[in-house]
Design a protein around this ligand. Structure first.
Ligand SMILES: [Zn+2]
Length: 255
């Protein structure tokens, strides 16, 4: 975390959020958040980097499937920023990790994608537990290289339903730059979907590099900011952009 702060500061970022994973699926190996250790590290970073806004946070994987664990964590966490995400989908009655999926042997990426949209809609049933809808279109990161490329337009109806519901829940849509992966695969969601989000009544976006390691902090953020601007979002509506630097509360709508 310290190295991440060093990197963030050297890039001139004003905000860094440590949204550690809180996953409870067996396939994720149960990435439970060590809250005590997390808090201690966070406090140390805040003391060492007083000029950097360092937000606490968590990324809830499939919180709709784990309401008890989610409620427990949020009761203890006192987080500035909570993300909700889908990493796993149910295929033939079994939870499968999307990262193993659509590019895998024998799997049908289109079918996986449709299952993903269904799972995302179910995720939104637990929208009260998080503020930011994370990395929409996640499976496209793992889309097979040959054959028909991923196109958001092929899933327009499903995406529209998800976006409208997310807007009703007053969520923020994350534009995740996947630590600098090539934009077609890594910008989750892509610019087109960000534009649909605004048309569906979405009021805000956030940008994040989903770095997972210090060297990847900030990678692709320029692309994410470009997509936000192209869709018509102004700096005051972009959380994590250089001008937006305030923690949120779960008690009410973010804006
Ligand atoms: Zn994630």
């Amino acid at each position: 975390m310290r190295e991440t702060c060093v990197r963030a500061q050297s890039l001139g970022l004003q905000v860094v959020a440590f949204t550690d994973h809180a996953d409870h699926t067996a396939i994720a190996g149960g990435r439970h958040l060590d809250l005590a250790g997390y808090r201690e590290s966070l406090a140390r970073c805040r003391r060492a980097f007083p000029r950097l806004a360092i937000w606490s946070g968590a990324e809830l994987g499939e919180p709709h499937r784990f309401p008890v664990e989610t409620a427990e964590l949020l009761a203890q966490g006192d987080f500035d920023l909570v993300l909700g995400s889908v990493h796993a989908i149910e295929v033939g009655g079994r939870l499968e990790d999307c990262s193993m999926g659509p590019g895998g042997q024998g799997s049908d990426p289109v079918a996986w994608m449709r299952l993903y949209w269904g799972e995302t809609l179910r995720l939104l049933e637990s929208a009260g537990s998080f503020q930011v809808l994370a990395h929409l279109e996640y499976p496209k990161r793992y889309w097979p290289s040959g054959g028909q490329p991923y196109r958001a337009a092929d899933y327009r109806e499903e995406i529209q339903t998800v976006l409208e519901q997310a807007a009703r829940c007053e969520l923020i849509l994350e534009i995740n730059s996947s630590a600098g992966l090539e934009p077609e695969r890594g910008l989750c969601p892509g610019p087109e979907v960000v534009r649909w989000w605004r048309a569906a009544g979405g009021r805000a976006v956030s940008v994040g590099s989903d770095a997972h390691r210090p060297g990847a902090v900030g990678r692709g953020l320029d692309r994410a900011l470009e997509a936000a601007a192209w869709a018509g979002f102004t700096s005051g509506q972009i959380l994590g952009g250089t001008l937006a630097a305030r923690p949120l509360s779960l008690d009410g709508p973010p804006w």
